[in-house]
Design a protein around this ligand. Structure first.
Ligand SMILES: *Cc1c(COP(=O)(O)O)cnc(C)c1O
Length: 392
């Protein structure tokens, strides 16, 4: 058997993310009856805290499920077989949500977009304006496409919907942006926000959530599609804890602590830290590719680059998975791989959640080391560029 690498693993996957020691310690406690007053007080405080993160005063539901569960909850409550939704293509995650909708019998129209440059909102407005019969029941968006490291301007999409007076609901998957990048559910007019526990919220995988607008609640009440575990009415019926089944008590212990950490730093402070770390990461990648022969930023729209994950395109002939394998096996650095058609071509540096400058610099320096070991061509100076960015 090979010896395990020594030292702490540097974990730069774009989900799951580092779980802070404070969160782990907060979860290291005996269980509580999920109907006890003591637990309900914790749960209610967490609900209020998550609503502050979503920036919503509307309804929140939480699920014992990874992000896919919250995706399905949104679709199952709002749509019936044969309904049409329009999904804005962003990358692997928009394709996956669309596939789920198709499997639920929903008709999916894809608003096609180039993954590297992103969707054209003006063209989206034209498409909506053409839908005079209002057959499109909802516009589905992935706020932060984790596969490409690109952001979608959700507020602009709402504006396009309002300008064309289209009554469709606006859904937004914020699984990899929530608590890392600015997001304002109510101010942006989002009807359903989908979130998950294991990215910016810094928790283990297994809990997810939906913020739901009053308008979406009305739509769900009229929707006759069969559903049970995800049924919002059924969840209301299980008040006060609102879980169909046992509430995940330890997840709430962790969430209480992660919310406390976010509020100590302030959300604006959290967003500013993510912006700083993202800028440094991009500076490193640009330096690596400065001679045109090294890796390049995958995202080409400079105003849409994500502050929580950076996707890096390998130079021709170099395989990202071979480099990642060296990074993790030899140097104990875990990087994200390319998803779907980007497998082997792209690697992803997650810089969301519990991360600081030394952790990021360790990741970038070790990525250089792994690229050198793997024989991937790159121009020197990536780490220096990151340091210059952080120091400025
Ligand atoms: C991680 C992720 C998902 C999937 O969430 P799971 O918790 O893995 O089910 C969906 N959408 C986006 C944007 C993600 O980053």
């Amino acid at each position: 058997m090979n010896a395990k690498p020594r030292g702490r693993q540097f974990f730069n996957n774009p989900g799951p993310t580092n779980i802070p020691d404070r969160v782990l310690r907060a979860m290291d406690r005996p269980v509580l009856d999920f109907m006890s007053d003591e637990f309900l007080a914790i749960q209610h405080a967490c609900h209020a805290g998550v609503k502050r993160v979503l920036k919503t005063d509307q309804t929140l539901y939480m699920y014992n499920a990874s992000g896919h569960g919250a995706w399905e909850a949104a679709l199952a409550n709002l749509f019936s077989a044969g309904d049409t939704v329009l999904i804005v293509e962003t990358g692997y995650f928009s394709l996956s949500w669309a596939e789920m909708a198709v499997n639920l019998g929903i008709k999916v129209e894809t608003f096609a977009a180039d993954w590297r440059t992103g969707a054209d909102v003006a063209k989206l407005a034209e498409r909506l304006a053409k839908d005079k019969a209002h057959e499109i029941k909802a516009v589905l968006t992935v706020h932060n496409e984790t596969a490409t490291g690109m952001v979608l301007p959700v507020a602009d999409i709402r504006r396009a919907m309002d300008e064309t007076k289209h009554p469709a609901l606006l859904l937004s998957d914020t699984i990899s942006s929530l608590a890392s990048m600015e997001y304002k559910m109510d101010a942006w007019g989002v009807d359903v926000t989908v979130g998950g526990s294991q990215k910016g919220l810094m928790l283990p995988t297994g809990m997810s959530l939906t913020g739901v607008s009053n308008k979406a609640i009305e739509v769900s009440r009229k929707n006759k599609a069969p559903r049970h575990y995800w049924n919002w009415e059924m969840m209301n019926g299980r008040a006060p804890q609102k879980f169909v089944g046992t509430a995940p008590v330890h997840m709430f212990f962790g969430l209480q602590e992660s919310l406390k950490m976010l509020e100590e730093e302030t959300l604006d402070g959290v967003f500013a830290r993510h912006a700083r770390l993202a800028d440094a990461t991009r500076a490193a990648v640009r330096a690596w590719g400065a001679d045109g022969k090294g890796p390049q930023l995958y995202g080409q729209a400079t105003d849409r680059l994500s502050n929580s994950v950076t996707a890096v395109m390998m130079p021709e002939g170099a395989n990202s998975d071979a480099m990642r394998k060296i990074a993790v096996d030899r140097y104990n650095l875990s990087l994200g791989g390319g998803l779907g058609p980007l497998m082997g071509k792209v690697f992803r540096i997650g810089h969301m959640g519990d991360l600081n400058e030394p952790m990021l610099l360790g990741c970038l320096a070790t990525t250089e080391l792994a690229m050198k070991t793997a024989g991937v061509p790159f121009a020197p100076g990536g780490v220096d560029a990151a340091i210059a960015s952080l120091a400025s």
